[in-house]
Design a protein around this ligand. Structure first.
Ligand code: ATP
Ligand code: SF4
Ligand code: MG
Length: 325
């Protein structure tokens, strides 16, 4: 069995806010193997970006408290100094942000920015530029060489996202974290970008953590799926298992809401109510106020994460009870 590349162990993150601490991530256990695509799904505010930023040690700093372990290649990244983390970022773990304009420098051409990333690995300048052009072709950039000499504002949203992917690819990281990489794009471009991301798995054996609101995308690309709700991982399983045999009431509702006959669409705005902000870590299930199966104990006790089948976990009393039978 291949080893886990990344393991989050009991990861909890609280932000200090007016009125106390906001529990953005609570006791999350998650793993990803080499070459595997893990989709992290959940409604807005459920802690997906917080998890991603904590792996990169890019939390805003100052107002958060973090507990648990972030094991990458067997070492806890939380023990790393800032300069040790600098060596990991980009080279071993790459990240694609939701808005590529924020991540690109407006005063340099896109090609120069990708070349700069390549030069960090002490490559000759001419070879580096050739690699830029090859990468722009790999990410199917139209008219690659001209675009490499363009500034970010001269490119469309989809093209900028391709530049970001090229930049990440240039350093061949083992793990790529893509935080909603296609949300801002139209459907055709979204599909093309997803194809590029999927190819990475085959060509570079890159492991990918793909964060998305769109459950439909999950079926297209993922090997494993993690469903988050209000800071907690409420279900984790193989993509086939999660579509065929969902256990958590929230996951089931998401499945039911997908249009019939196709699992290709499905943004998560379909269940009544909204994700609560947890300012007070009192016992209880965080989904109880929206759950059609809630019983009294759901409001007073906290469900444990249980393994309902091999590599399939769920945090719900119904799953616990099933296990006990
Ligand atoms: N720097 C911060 N200070 C205080 N609260 C924060 C901070 N960053 C995020 N939060 C809060 O933490 C919770 C989780 O936010 P996060 O951005 O991780 O969610 P998300 O799942 O990525 O949402 P989205 O899908 O909208 O991107 C939210 O309630 C958010 O308001
Ligand atoms: S623990 Fe209770 S409230 Fe929470 S999801 Fe399960 S049945 Fe619903
Ligand atoms: Mg986010």
């Amino acid at each position: 069995m291949s080893e886990d590349l990344l393991r989050l162990e009991h990861l909890s993150i609280d932000y200090k806010v007016k009125g106390g601490y906001l529990s953005a991530v609570n006791d999350v256990n998650l793993k990803i193997k080499k070459g595997e695509i893990l989709a992290v799904v959940g409604e807005s505010g459920c802690g997906k970006s917080t998890v991603a930023h904590s792996i990169m040690n890019l939390l805003p700093g100052g107002n958060e408290s973090v507990e648990g372990r972030i094991m990458f290649r067997g070492e806890n990244l939380r023990d790393y100094s800032w300069s040790e983390m600098e060596k990991i970022r980009g080279k071993h773990i790459g990240m694609i942000f939701q808005n590529p304009l924020d991540s690109l420098n407006p005063v340099y051409t896109t090609g120069d920015q990708v070349q700069e990333a390549i030069l960090m690995d002490k490559v000759d300048k001419v070879i580096a530029w050739q690699k830029v052009c090859d990468l722009f072709n790999d990410v199917k950039m139209p008219d690659a060489e001209t675009r490499a000499r363009s500034f970010p504002h001269e490119l469309s949203g989809g093209m900028r996202q391709r530049v970001m992917i090229a930049m990440m690819l240039s350093r061949e990281p083992e793990l790529l974290i893509a935080d909603e990489p296609t949300t801002a794009l139209d459907v055709t471009i979204e599909a093309q970008i997803l194809e590029i991301i999927k190819d990475l798995k085959h060509t570079h054996n890159t492991a990918i953590m793909m964060i998305t609101h769109n459950f439909g995308l999950v079926a297209e690309v993922a090997d494993k799926v993690a469903v988050m709700y209000a800071g907690e991982l409420i279900e984790y399983a193989d993509v086939f298992e999660i579509f065929e045999n969902p256990q958590h009431p929230y996951t089931k509702l998401l499945m039911k809401a997908l249009p019939r006959g196709t699992k290709k669409e499905g943004r998560l705005q379909i269940i009544d109510g909204s994700v609560p902000r947890i300012l007070d870590k009192k016992p209880g299930c965080r989904f109880a106020n929206r759950c059609p199966y809630a019983q009294e104990r759901c409001f007073n006790e906290t469900p444990r994460e249980v393994e309902v089948a091999e590599d399939h976990t769920c945090r719900c009393f119904l799953a616990e009870e099933k296990k006990e039978v």
